[in-house]
Design a protein around this ligand. Structure first.
Ligand code: ZN
Length: 241
């Protein structure tokens, strides 16, 4: 099976379309999403339609549940709160119901998918270092876990009792080890690289490949400004921060 795993689309239609084009060129058979389909960007409705049309299986992100009313978002940043409220006014009841029904984690025989961490996933904590990763590894009974949330791609590995980071863009999976792969963000990368981020997981070859794709950032920015969303949500796309 050749999977693509995407995350943190955040209503960025141009980013999502560019990534899905790349997936089809890469002969991906199934696309999975680690959450945050909406929030920040100007096309939440269009992104939700694509997710459903292509039967992309997604878990819940904090923004998805904030928009649906399932998560208190009073602690979000000002931009985040304004985006949640704007998004609520620009999607349909059926979209709200879809977001509200998303689950915190989904597992198949090859991998498990969660937005932030397997440990207390409902808290949506950022997995930013080895000690934060270490409490999720014991909860894995498949070799690979895909996450998003930080918008920074990267890989944590647990091998022979040790936990460490890998910064290769292609990883050869050893089935006796465990891997937590942050696939980065399609719609609002924050690692200083403005290109959309996602990964391809090939279970035949047992490889995971982190990829970057250029997309029409100007168009995504233009729509954010035109929508009256905070201007910083547009400007940050150009710098990937
Ligand atoms: Zn996010």
């Amino acid at each position: 099976m050749r999977y693509a795993i995407i995350s943190d689309i955040h209503g960025n239609l141009e980013g999502l379309q560019a990534v899905l084009r790349e997936c089809s060129l890469a002969q991906v058979q199934a696309v999975l999403c680690s959450g945050d389909i909406v929030g920040y960007g100007a096309n939440p409705k269009e992104c939700l339609e694509i997710i459903r049309q292509f039967k992309i299986i997604s878990v819940a992100g904090n923004h998805d549940w904030a928009v649906s009313g399932r998560l208190d978002f009073s602690h979000f940043t000002d931009d985040g709160r304004r985006a949640v409220e704007w998004t609520r006014g620009h999607i349909a009841m059926e979209d709200i119901a879809y977001l509200n029904a998303l689950e915190l984690s989904i597992k198949n025989k090859d991998c498990i998918l969660v937005h932030a961490s397997l440990y207390e996933p409902q808290q949506f904590r950022y997995m930013t270092n080895l000690s934060k990763a270490s409490i999720s590894f014991p909860l894995m009974d498949v070799p690979v876990c895909f996450i998003g949330h930080t918008h920074v791609p990267g890989v944590f590995v647990e091998a022979d009792g040790k936990i460490y980071n890998m910064d290769n863009s292609t990883i050869e999976i050893q089935l006796k080890y465990k891997y937590i792969v942050n696939v980065g963000s399609v719609g609002q990368p924050r690692d200083g690289n403005p290109m959309a981020s996602f990964c391809i997981y090939d279970t035949q070859l047992q490889t995971i490949e982190l990829r970057r794709v250029p997309y029409n950032i100007h168009e995504a920015q233009r729509k954010i400004i035109e929508a009256g969303l905070p201007r910083t949500l547009a400007s940050r796309l150009a710098v990937g921060r």
